[in-house]
Design a protein around this ligand. Structure first.
Ligand code: THG
Length: 369
């Protein structure tokens, strides 16, 4: 049986790169921020191998930007996150948990500080714009909040530096991790950051203006022909190996940043103004009772995880698996799950209820890559 198709419509937004993605033979999409996000080009395993060996161009326009502009932009940004932003400089990107009044995760975006009075929040898959607008209005802040015409294009893989240098000049090699600089393409200024949703290294170009999208896509494809550049996309296997979390899959607004293992991105005590601060300070005293773990699942390749798979010990449910894939490089099924404190130590044996049967599994000391 073949999987049903998704019916296209205006509500399911195409991206400024969709023509290029389709010319490159995209085989499957998912929906992210009401927009198309490619998930497969050749096969998930072929795409994975190529990502680790060469360089890929990813249409991640679905990482929409929530722009904050105005005198209260910085104040608003700090209200949204328990990460202390006081020492953040223009030109920096920051991975920031966004929490509600109960300390529940609303999103886990990359915040981009363009100027003292101008930020982009490069969001994961949730309608964060409404929350941010609500906060701005509720507190009568002097700030404009909207979604500008900005579409990120990621260049990922070990040959990303070589490809980018050909299009933007040798100076791109000097961009540090999670920093960005301004680079020119066809006379227009673009923010180019060293970041991206893989552990293979690379860049993200914040393409301002949909009219620039296909010219840039084509320029990169032409410049990288001899580097075996291909269209690619965030790769399930590679991101699970690397422990990159997916909002809506691995965590929801029922989870605190600490449960998600994002405590290292929180400075709750000094994040004065953060809306969830009091709630997080209260739960921080006790510590989380469940937390994200890397889990190895025994046996042959598992199928796609499109619902939480119960995790048991003895007969008791002690957690859930939220993302899983067969890893060719590690020779096991790699997975991300939420596990109760009583069973979260490395080496603990678990049973995972997958759709094709119960599998033995083991809590890992850390992610694979
Ligand atoms: N880039 C941009 N926007 C994004 C993503 C991105 N929006 C959606 C989604 N991805 C948000 N989620 C993440 C998750 C992980 C990381 C970035 C965004 C990430 N984490 C690194 C890690 O965990 O190793 C580094 C974090 C750090 O050290 O600061 O990169 O990918 N623009």
């Amino acid at each position: 049986m073949s999987a049903p198709l998704l019916s296209p419509s205006r509500r399911l937004r195409r991206t400024p790169f969709s023509d290029g993605v389709e010319a490159a033979g995209v085989k499957a999409y998912t929906v992210y921020n009401h927009m198309l996000l490619p998930t497969v080009f050749r096969s998930v395993e072929e795409d994975y191998r190529h990502l680790k060996e060469a360089v890929q161009i990813w249409d991640v326009a679905c990482e929409r930007q929530v722009e904050l502009r105005g005198p209260d932009a910085g104040r608003l940004m700090q209200m949204l996150t328990p990460r202390d932003l006081t020492r953040t400089m223009r030109g920096q990107c920051l991975y920031v948990p966004i929490v509600d009044g109960t300390g529940g995760m609303l999103n886990d975006p990359v915040a981009v500080k363009l100027a003292e009075d101008r930020w982009w929040i490069s969001i994961a898959d949730s309608d964060l714009l409404y929350w941010v607008n609500g906060v701005a209005h509720g507190w009568r802040l002097d700030v404009m909040v909207d979604e500008p015409d900005v579409s990120p294009l990621a260049i990922q893989g070990p040959k990303a530096d070589d490809l980018m240098a050909r299009v933007f000049g040798e100076e791109v090699r000097d961009i540090r991790f999670f920093r960005f600089g301004h680079f020119e393409f066809q006379g227009r200024d673009l923010a180019v950051a060293r970041s991206g949703y893989s552990k293979q290294g690379g860049f993200e170009i914040y393409v301002e203006g949909a009219d620039l999208a296909m010219p840039l896509w084509n320029a990169l494809m032409e410049a990288g022909a001899d580097l075996d550049v291909r269209a690619g996309c965030p790769n399930l296997i590679e991101r699970v190996e690397g422990g990159l979390l997916s909002y809506g899959n691995d965590m929801t607004d029922d989870n605190t940043p600490h449960e998600c293992g994002l405590g290292r991105f929180c400075n709750t005590a000094s994040a004065i103004g953060c809306i969830g601060r009091d709630a997080l300070l209260r739960v921080a005293k006790e510590g989380p009772v469940q937390q994200i773990r890397a889990i190895a699942i025994d046996g042959p390749p598992v199928g796609l995880c499109d619902r939480w798979w119960p995790v048991r010990a003895g007969g008791d449910v002690v957690g859930r698996v939220s993302s899983a894939a067969w890893s060719p490089d590690f020779g096991t099924n790699v997975a991300i799950g939420m596990v109760r404190m009583t069973h979260w130590d490395a080496g603990t044996t678990l049973e995972v209820e997958t759709p094709d049967g119960v599998r033995q599994a083991e809590v890992q000391a850390g992610f694979w890559a």
